[in-house]
Write a protein that binds this ligand. Structure first.
Ligand code: PLP
Length: 327
């Protein structure tokens, strides 16, 4: 099992603090989830395609046929198995699920510096935009040129836009398999919409690749209540605008709070801050002993913090960091 954020039960056992008292800032999941309203019938009846989810997703992503997935994780696992074994290039560091998935499917994985991506020779290049955990963003023009270059060599570009919803201008899902035939884009309902537990994501890709993934997933891949919840969230443009404002303000506030305590950080799609610091491991432990869980990364040493929501949570984080940074 790879390490992930959100493992509060493990943290509670490890640091011997009761589950209820933790402030969990270890994920990039928005702390204000979409307020879903699931019908009783959704629990009882099998889900049907074309119940409105596909149409809502097509409008939201600007793509003719996004394929619903049981979380974008499903495509992270399936895409490597659907491409002939070859060279897969990933930036380092990036989301930890990718390298093992491509390796397990028989590809040679090359992890390279982000700065070298433009010159990479690969059957498939996989990028996360904005990147998790560093927050680094790739400009859409750069991605378009990269996808065109890959296509000219019969190669592929896969872009994971799990954290792109709060900064929609960077998204290129609309081009995937339409204007750019060898571009595949993954989207997630888990982060911006705060619906990680619903396990819903989408693949935007050319019809042939879409069909292969659809077939691999089989029928009823996304649970009926999850389809209903996702359909509501994707159609609610008023809520989406409010969420963008809330997230932008909170990410800015978190950046300032961290800076006040000697921790410069970068923004990750307004959903987390990434703070490289040689003291990462020590500070991670210091926070955890006080019931605040953040995500620790090594090589390079850094912390990733999700957004606090309640005022009391902001004050708690500020107080613990003040304790840490005061001599
Ligand atoms: C970059 C990235 N992509 C995809 C996922 C998987 O998201 P989900 O399967 O919930 O859609 C995550 C989860 O943390 C992620 O960080």
């Amino acid at each position: 099992m790879l390490e992930h954020g959100g493992r509060l039960r493990d943290a509670a056992l490890h640091w011997r603090l009761p589950l209820a008292g933790w402030l969990d800032l270890s994920t990039g999941i928005a702390p204000w989830p979409y307020p879903v309203n699931v019908s009783a019938v959704a629990w009882q009846r099998l889900p049907e395609e074309e119940d409105g989810l596909e149409a809502a997703a097509a409008r939201y992503y600007g793509h003719p046929a996004p394929l619903p997935l049981p979380g974008s994780q499903a495509a992270i696992l399936w895409l490597p198995r659907l491409f002939a074994p070859g060279i897969a290039v990933l930036p380092a560091p990036t989301y930890g699920e990718y390298a093992p998935a491509w390796r397990a499917a028989g590809h040679e994985v090359r992890e390279i510096a982000i700065a070298d991506i433009a010159d990479a020779e690969a059957d498939v290049i996989v990028l996360v935009n904005p990147n998790n955990p560093t927050g680094a963003g790739f400009a859409p023009e750069f991605l378009r040129a990269l996808a065109e270059r890959q296509a000219a060599r019969d190669n592929w570009l896969v872009v994971d836009e799990a954290f792109a919803d709060a900064t929609p201008d960077i998204g290129i899902a609309a081009l995937a398999g339409t204007e750019l035939p060898r571009l595949a884009v993954l989207r997630s309902m888990g982060k911006f919409f705060g619906l990680a537990g619903a396990r819903v994501g989408f693949l935007c890709a050319a019809p042939a690749l879409r069909a292969k993934v659809h077939e691999a997933l089989g029928p009823w891949a996304v649970a009926h209540p999850s389809r209903e919840a996702a359909g509501q969230a994707l159609a609610d443009t008023f809520w989406q605008s409010a969420q963008r404002l809330r997230l932008a303000a909170a990410s800015h506030r978190l950046g300032e709070l961290l800076a006040r305590h000697g921790l410069p950080s970068t923004d990750g799609g307004r959903l987390f801050r990434y703070a490289p610091t040689p003291a990462a491991a020590e500070l991670h432990d210091f926070l955890a002993r006080r019931g605040i869980l953040v995500r620790l990364f090594r090589h390079p040493d850094a912390l990733r913090l999700g957004l606090p929501a309640a005022e009391a949570d902001w004050r708690r984080l500020e107080a613990v960091l003040a304790e840490w940074s005061s001599p």
